[in-house]
Design a binder for this molecule. Structure first.
Ligand SMILES: [Zn+2]
Ligand SMILES: [Zn+2]
Length: 218
């Protein structure tokens, strides 16, 4: 079972059109995938419309994998995040993510906190997230991401250990941009184990993520 809720297409900086992207995910053995292209104030309207059309078209003819329309709010000033979240949700977006304060890029300080306060579905690669924000994420039911993405993955150990300490929920995502980024079953599992999860914790996390996705496709 592969559930990957963070991927990019040509609607932002990914390699493929949505149709090809989803077809590749399906043939890689995915069960659920979210398309979460980068948005800011300038492109949110067009991306929201297109990602919904692309996912709906795929789902109409798919017998196995389901696609979920999403966005990743990226390098938007923390004070503006909540407005984009509201716009996306009221226009049919199922998975709302924020590009968190990764170790390897100059994201605005305060982005992690603003994303949690805006009740996004998950905070991507939150880097050296504060303990207060990990606790707040638990209280507001915002998931934190364990990522396969080079560079962003440097924060995985901290994200896992603090999530475990406070009981904050997690997701396990590839942040796919290109052909070689898609998860295999093996890579999915190893990303979790590399972050510090035990085999048992990994199985438990998979069950938890499955229930989360089910609640999103109702
Ligand atoms: Zn990101
Ligand atoms: Zn991303």
């Amino acid at each position: 079972m592969i559930i990957d809720l963070h991927t990019h297409t040509r609607l932002s900086d990914g390699e493929f059109t949505i149709a090809e992207h989803l077809r590749r995910a399906e043939t890689a053995g995915y069960d659920f995938v979210a398309v979460t292209d980068h948005v800011d104030q300038s492109n949110v309207e067009s991306v929201v419309g297109k990602v919904i059309v692309g996912c709906d078209s795929f789902n109409k003819n798919s017998t196995h994998m389901k696609a979920l329309p999403g966005i990743e709010i990226t390098h938007v000033h923390p004070s503006e995040i909540v407005h984009i979240v509201k716009y996306a949700r009221s226009n049919g977006i199922k998975i709302v993510a924020v590009h968190g304060e990764t170790i390897v890029e100059s994201v605005f300080p305060g982005t992690n906190h603003a994303a949690i306060m805006a009740n996004v579905d998950f905070l991507g690669h939150p880097g050296i997230i504060s303990e207060e924000d990990v606790l707040l994420a638990k209280e507001r039911n915002v998931r934190l991401e364990i990522t396969c993405r080079k560079g962003h993955a440097l924060g995985n150990g901290r994200v896992f250990s603090l999530s475990k300490k406070y009981g904050t929920k997690l997701l396990l995502n590839s942040d796919t941009h290109a052909a070689n980024d898609f998860y295999t079953e093996d890579r999915y599992r190893k990303t979790a184990l590399g972050a510090g999860l035990s085999e048992e914790e990994f199985i438990h996390l998979l069950e938890d993520i499955r229930e989360f996705v089910k609640s999103k496709i109702k």
